[in-house]
Every structure is written in structure tokens, then in C-alpha cells.
Design a protein around this ligand. Sequence first.
Ligand SMILES: [Zn+2]
Length: 170
Amino acid sequence: MRDHTHSDATDDPDEQPPCAMTDGGSSRSDLTLDHSLTSAGFFEALSEDRLVGGRCQDCDAVLLPPRPICNECGGSDVVAEDLPKEGTIVTHTNIHKTAPVFDDLAPLAVAIVELDSTGRFPARVEAPYDEISIGDRVRVEQREPTDADREFALDHEEDWPLPVFVPVDE
Ligand SMILES: [Zn+2]
């Protein structure tokens, strides 16, 4: 019986699945935990100062963080792409009640930023709340996780870098 091949622990590099690739897009059979279209792949790239998202080859949507299925059209022809790291704050808030490990940091400014690629994601802002506004330009940078970050993280996230938004002088 012919079946779609899913990755498993016995991957044989010489054995190509029958429907592996289409024009550079991803197929589920070539996805691994550290693939560029996974969260782990995203953070691996971030640790090298790269912001990687997915670009849907069918409808051009930007998927950030990257994922193998397009949330706009449902297509699976998604390619990992280095994205520009600057964008604009679309909303922001101040967190006064943080998890206890972050008490020293409170209040903590966080924002959702629309990158110039059109992808959006939330992260801390390295500026006081009253010094940032909707429409401000920021750039994504990465920081080494602190002891507090590691304590708060899930086990598989402990070594992931922390994305932060840094104000850009215009
Ligand atoms: Zn799409």
C-alpha cells in the first residue's frame, strides 16, 4: 500500500518519499524539529541575528513565526525567508504583574509590531512604556536568555534567545 511518508525515527537519507518536494516548497515529510519553518528553527536563526519567516508561494502571505501551512490560504508551499528586522508598533502595553521571576523587571513594556515584511509578532520593548507610542519604529534584536528567562521557559525553550524590540531613531 502506498502511503504518504511522515518523518519518523528511522529516516533513511537514501530513501526519498514519493511526493517530497514541489518547487522549493516544504513538504511535511522533510520537516524536522529544527526545520526553518518551526519555532525551534526560528529561534536558531534568531540566535544568528536573522529574522526568518515563512513566505507562502501561493498567496505571498508572510508567516511569522514561520509555519509550514499558510494561515491565509491553507497552502503548504511555504518557503523560509530572511525578513527585514524593522517594523512599526501597532499596539503596546505595560505589564505590572509579571511572573514572580521577573519582579525586578516590572513594569515591563511589550508591543505587537508589524514588520516591514507585514508579519507581526509580540515581544518586550527595551524602552519605558511612556517613551513609546503606536507608530514608533523599532528593530528586532536578540538577547541571551537570563537566569530568569531560563527559569520561566519550558524545557525545550531554555536556550532560545529572547527577541526584543529596540527603538530606532528616525
Ligand atoms: Zn497562502
